[in-house]
Design a protein around this ligand. Structure first.
Ligand code: HEM
Length: 457
């Protein structure tokens, strides 16, 4: 496929060159669901061999997976034609509310305009300060010789950072712990519910736990916002900025909107960043050269202290490790869209209501666009010319593409870089289990468990 064809309004370019295909191995009645539940990454990785747009079956329904970066970029750029609607998003909205990461195209512009100011570059040093404090406090609790599951530990860290940057210093540790637990239950359940929406009609303990987790989560967020309004609504943290936000007509966010945005920011920001960190720790402990370079950089720049915003320019290797981790294990691994009208994509006519799937995982491991795609090589940024300046390149898209591109990308990269450098400046980690590290694709791509020995450097 080439990318030289100009866009045509009635079809997704470059339709004439793109190849549509079909994935083999569908089960009668179930389609490819067994593959997606049992070995989703292997299944996704196999799809580009069948075309640029590949039809799979979710039960009886077809879905169309975008396996070419340019085709994916064109689809993601057109939020009106390829919208966040349909059963998958209805399920997410029922659980999460209609916030920026879940809302359909019609609500998106207003929401994005209201949220954008809270993510301006000038606010980052303040957020980075909260990150540095929380990272330092978490590492102070580590003890040599202990075994810690880094999946849980990084999730605890990034949820605490998300809550502190959103709500300021005033929130109690007990509230943070309860928010974290309910969020964890919810996140574990949401992938299964996206594939099998009927699962909650069965009175199983899992369904009850999920419903309870969701209710606890909602009640907490509501209480925190109410307490904050009563106390100091003008505080200059993220919540203060959302309370002060105005739309083009001068209107403020309603109570429900504010609640949804807060929930979305914690959900969209915490587990994605913690997964990236957990994968980075796994990759570092299994690649001695990369680990040595990481430690050397941390020793020169930090000398044992936690990293802050001012250190970032002097942590280029740490940054590369994080970006190469995001390439190999993009936390947002599948993002569905629904065609809102009949349209031709890659020469294939799709009905209105068709599901399309954008997968950074597929694009990042595509052998046509990345040399030795399965190898961890942080130095590849130099060799291949892929770096922060060329991120718009459509074959490296951990933060998505188009109008919905992640609003928290700089926030996330800052947090992950500060955390990894701070860990490296004080600790060497070693796997505490010989079992292979497996990915559990929940709504976010996460390692199942990552027990590590803590060794003081
Ligand atoms: C490594 C960490 C992160 C990754 C990999 C990631 C990835 C993504 C991706 C792929 C999207 C696009 C979703 C779509 O097209 O439907 C997205 C959107 C979003 N992300 Fe992130 N994200 C990360 C961290 C964060 C953080 C820290 C925050 C907030 C503090 C955040 C908030 C959001 C929001 C609100 C959206 C919706 C944007 C919109 O639709 O306009 N994310 N993220």
């Amino acid at each position: 496929m080439t990318t030289a064809h100009p866009p045509r309004p009635s079809s997704t370019p470059p339709a004439s060159a793109a190849r549509a295909g079909r994935a083999p191995g569908a089960w009668p009645g179930l389609g490819h669901l067994p593959h997606l539940l049992r070995a989703p990454l292997r299944f996704l990785g196999s799809l580009p061999a069948h075309g640029d747009l590949v039809e799979i079956r979710l039960g009886p329904r077809p879905a169309f997976v975008l396996c070419h970066p340019e085709l994916a970029r064109h689809v993601m750029a057109d939020g009106r034609t390829f919208d966040r609607v349909g059963p998958l998003y209805e399920g997410s909205r029922a659980a999460l509310g209609n916030g920026l990461a879940t809302c359909p195209h019609g609500d998106h512009r207003r929401q994005r305009l209201m949220m954008q100011p809270a993510f301006r570059t000038e606010h980052l040093p303040g957020y980075a300060d909260a990150m540095r404090r929380e990272i330092g406090a978490a590492l102070d609790r580590w003890r040599p010789g202990r075994v810690v599951d880094m999946v849980d530990e990084m999730f605890a860290l990034t949820t605490t950072v998300a809550v502190r940057t959103l709500f300021g210093a005033g929130i109690a540790d007990r509230d943070i712990a309860e928010l974290r637990d309910s969020l964890d239950t919810f996140l574990k359940g949401v992938y299964l519910r996206a594939l099998l929406p009927a699962v909650d009609s069965l009175p199983t303990p899992g369904a009850r736990r999920y419903t309870r987790g969701l209710a606890t989560w909602r009640a907490h967020v509501r209480r925190i916002i109410a307490a904050r309004r009563a106390a100091d609504p003008d505080d200059r943290d993220l919540l203060g900025r959302l309370l002060a936000a105005r739309d083009e007509a001068g209107g403020a966010m309603s109570e429900a909107e504010l609640h949804d945005q807060v929930a979305v920011l914690i959900l969209a920001g915490a587990e994605t960043t913690s997964s990236a960190l957990a994968w980075a720790l796994h990759l570092i402990t299994t690649h001695p050269d990369a680990e040595e370079a990481l430690h050397a950089e941390a020793d020169t720049v930090l000398g044992g202290r936690a990293a802050g915003q001012d250190d970032l320019p002097r942590l280029p290797w740490t940054g590369r490790v994080i970006r190469e981790t995001l390439r190999l294990y993009p936390p947002a691994w599948v993002l569905p869209r629904t065609a809102t009208r009949e349209i031709e994509v890659a020469g294939r006519r799709l009905d209105a209501g068709s599901t399309l799937v954008f997968s950074p995982y597929i694009l990042h491991r595509h052998p046509g666009f990345h040399a030795e795609p399965d190898r961890f090589r942080p130095e590849r940024e130099h060799a291949d010319g892929i770096g922060p300046q060329t991120w718009s390149r459509s074959s490296f898209v951990p933060f998505g593409s188009g109008p919905h591109k992640c609003i928290g990308d700089t926030f996330a990269l800052t947090e992950a870089t500060l955390a990894l450098a701070s860990i490296a400046s004080r600790w060497r980690l070693r796997p505490a289990s010989a079992a292979p590290v497996r990915a559990v694709p929940r709504s976010v791509l996460t390692p199942r468990a990552l027990p590590m020995h803590l060794i003081r450097r």
